[in-house]
Design a protein around this ligand. Structure first.
Ligand code: NDP
Length: 452
């Protein structure tokens, strides 16, 4: 399999979720593999995304637990929170994972270069140090990068890249955008005691999720003190002498006073300066690398996986794409990635999670042949803690076949519950199958089999 005409059989650019998986699987098949990473091995998910974010969610969630603890008989005196302690502990865990990922590459005999790599031709790579290398196959797995809209003073804003390193916990945070990152950090900062204002260009939060869940999240988070300003764009930001910010919105005279402005308005495929033009690699309208069903770009020896292809910007999808690529190209297998029924979750507070068709999508596809079942319930834990927040579970069913087309949950631990439901939805089970399953009592998840 190895071709000594090249320095490597596979050269991967980007050691994130997709790149690391592809590298180690290809090496396992006997390929001579190298990977270049300009920042830290692990990529967005491990270094400045899913993992540190989830740890901050856990950390901030103690606020709710501690508030509710009194109803369960606990006396918690002098409750205080120290941001540097949490921040540093999270950073330490990221270091641990960075080492673990690096060890994985070493153990699989994948050579790694901690520097930027660019493409010089269909088989050519140049490292930042000037070294020229060749590979039979190149895989681009460079991920995506936060987009910051243009406005005066944008340099005073931070993105999700910087949010994990804040010196101090801001008292007032303005968050631009109302997607995944915006609402997850709105929940974190709100729970930690910051005043949070979410500003968004439309009046839709979490576009693509079921409307009932989005509405429920909005109600609960507003009751928790998060302020929303919709149909609103940032005009300019002025930094004050004391370091605070005045965020001016279009059409409004009075600025919002803030300590931190977090911009979370989407992420764009990271292709700038990669040298893609040297191999005639075609890009799509959002700057994504265009690939076919087998992850091949318009250059036959160059492939791409993960966020840089802008298909589904989720870690597990990038991992599957990396695995399938390596299985196909170096393992001689027929492997493909299925993009239907991909579960997703927003780790807002409360979290929401979803798989399959929303009610609106199902109605568009099946017209009136759609049945919707909902359970609008107050989790036992909340009742006991005098917390008024209600959960909402929703099943969308094809009335003709009884097949469950989608499941949408908001409430405590919704992502944990949803992962299991996703198996049923992906397997094409019917509402009758759900009904035939005996409830597990007392749990929140039992609502899924009790909807009539
Ligand atoms: P999202 O696409 O989720 O949300 C972007 C938000 O910014 C929307 O509210 C959108 O408004 C608004 N917006 C988009 N463009 C502009 C613009 N030019 N000016 C002003 N506002 C704009 O992006 P995120 O940055 O939150 O996250 C990026 C991706 O990362 C997600 O799509 C997701 O795939 C992934 N991710 C996944 C997570 C998870 O699985 N839990 C967590 C974090 C990220 P509107 O909708 O009105 O157009």
């Amino acid at each position: 399999m190895t071709d000594t005409a090249y320095d490597f059989d596979l050269f991967v650019i980007g050691a994130g979720s997709g790149g690391v998986r592809a590298s180690r699987i290809a090496a396992g098949y006997g390929a001579r593999v190298a990977v270049a990473e300009e920042y830290r091995i692990g990529g967005t998910c491990v270094i400045r995304g899913c993992v540190p974010k989830k740890l901050l969610v856990y950390g901030s969630h103690f606020a709710e637990e501690l508030q509710d603890a009194a109803n369960y008989g606990w006396t918690v005196e002098k409750m205080t929170f120290d941001w540097p302690t949490l921040r540093n502990a999270v950073a330490k865990d990221v270091d641990r994972l960075n080492t673990a990922y690096t060890n994985t590459l070493d153990n699989n005999k994948v050579e790694h270069f901690l520097e930027r790599a660019t493409i010089t031709g269909p088989h050519g790579i140049r490292l930042a140090s000037g070294r020229e290398l060749t590979a039979k196959v190149i895989l681009v797995a460079t991920g995506a990068w936060p987009v910051v809209p243009e406005f005066e003073g944008a340099e005073h804003a931070i993105t999700s890249n910087e949010v994990f390193d804040l010196e101090t916990l801001p008292k007032r945070v303005v968050i631009a955008g109302a997607g995944y990152i915006a609402l997850e950090f709105a929940g974190i900062f709100n729970a930690l005691g910051s005043h949070v204002t979410v500003v968004n260009r439309s009046e839709t939060i979490l576009r693509g999720y079921d409307a009932a869940l989005r509405d429920r999240l909005l109600q609960i988070t507003m009751a928790r003190g998060i302020e929303y300003k919709f149909n609103c764009g940032i005009e300019r930001v002025e930094k004050q002498a004391d370091g605070s910010l005045h965020v001016f919105m279009k059409g409004q005279d009075d600025p919002i006073h803030a300590d931190t402005l977090l911009v979370a308005t989407g992420r764009r495929p990271k292709t700038d300066g990669l040298g893609l033009e040297n191999a005639d690699i075609a890009l799509g309208e959002h700057g994504e690398i265009k690939v076919d069903d087998e992850a091949r770009t318009s250059c036959p020896s160059i492939y791409a996986v993960g966020d840089v292809t802008n298909r589904v910007q989720l870690t597990p999808v990038a991992i599957r794409e990396g695995q399938a690529f390596a299985d196909r190209v170096f393992g001689g297998k027929t492997a493909s990635v299925h993009y239907d029924c991909i579960p997703s979750a927003v780790f807002s507070q409360p979290p929401l999670a979803s798989v399959g068709l929303t009610e609106a999508q199902a109605r568009e596809k099946f017209g009136s042949n759609v049945k919707v079942y909902t359970s609008d319930f107050r989790p036992m834990k909340n009742v006991f803690a005098h917390r008024p927040e209600r959960g909402l579970y929703k099943l969308v069913v094809d009335a003709q076949t009884d097949r469950v087309l989608g499941a949408h949950l908001i409430g405590p631990e919704a992502p944990e519950v949803l992962q299991a439901v996703a198996i049923a939805v992906k397997a094409g089970l019917t509402k009758a199958d759900f009904d035939a399953t005996v409830a597990l009592h007392p749990s929140m998840a039992e609502e899924l089999v009790l909807m009539r």
